[in-house]
Design a binder for this molecule. Sequence first.
Ligand SMILES: Nc1ncnc2c1ncn2[C@@H]1O[C@H](COP(=O)(O)OP(=O)(O)OP(=O)(O)O)[C@@H](O)[C@H]1O
Ligand SMILES: [Mg+2]
Length: 286
Amino acid sequence: MQFRLDNLTRQFGSQKAVDSVSIEIPTGQMVGVIGRSGAGKSTLLRMINRLVDPTSGSIRFGDVEISTLRGAALRNWQRDCAMIFQQFNLVPRLDVLTNVLLGRLNHRSTALSMLNIFSREERLMAIAALERLGIEQTALQAAGTLSGGQQQRVAIARALMQSPKMVLADEPIASLDPLNAKIVMDALRDINEREGITVITNLHTLDTARNYCERIIGMARGRVVFDGAPSELTADAVHEIYGADRHGAGIDETMTSTSINIAHQDNDAARKIPSPGLRPLAAAEA
Ligand SMILES: Nc1ncnc2c1ncn2[C@@H]1O[C@H](COP(=O)(O)OP(=O)(O)OP(=O)(O)O)[C@@H](O)[C@H]1O
Ligand SMILES: [Mg+2]
């Protein structure tokens, strides 16, 4: 099923946060969206999920126009494209298992949902999702007591419970330390590879996008300024995406990367773990 944006635009006042973006994404791609702070990455993802309405343009999934969906059809779409946030968005006082089960809400009747009644199948599915992410031992713990990395894994388990067609992740590792960042990115890659689910993820660091994504979309000032494979991301392309800093100096990859090599990866020394979300470019801009 082809997913396609045509001239998608979102204006806030006189400013175009996303400006005439047209892209096609075939099912099963793992796409990284990069760009400096304010480039429009979050607005783009939020429009796809319809958390933000487009000012103009179209979002099509197969034959369905997403940008005008309302009511139940809109809720079904939001179930189909699960969203993962930097700040996890769990219900901290509820236990982990219940948080994961909440991913089923749009699959069930309102009455059952209100009563918080989940079937045995749903509970087994939730436990399987937790097992897959290696956090089944936390099932009965309040979600708010988990570490950031564990909470993001709970959020991914909840997303899996939605049986999504697409996973959208808005800087999923920006609040995590390098080890947890790697665990979370590996989990997203696993979902992409094993289930063939399209993953579109905003990332603050270039090295993470290079390591994990088969396709990189670079945004600047609301527009797509790069769209290609990691191998095509030349120094010129990086400069086009991130621009020069305010002192006129070019921004090289080291500034968009905080990689640390892990010692036990000695058979693959070139491979770096994903960076935590330092925001050097945002800082340069301030
Ligand atoms: N609700 C809003 N009201 C007004 N302006 C907004 C709103 N949301 C976003 N913007 C503006 O739109 C532009 C793009 O913002 P967006 O959050 O999409 O950028 P981003 O690439 O995700 O940045 P970051 O890397 O900091 O998360 C920014 O200039 C931002 O200030
Ligand atoms: Mg953002």
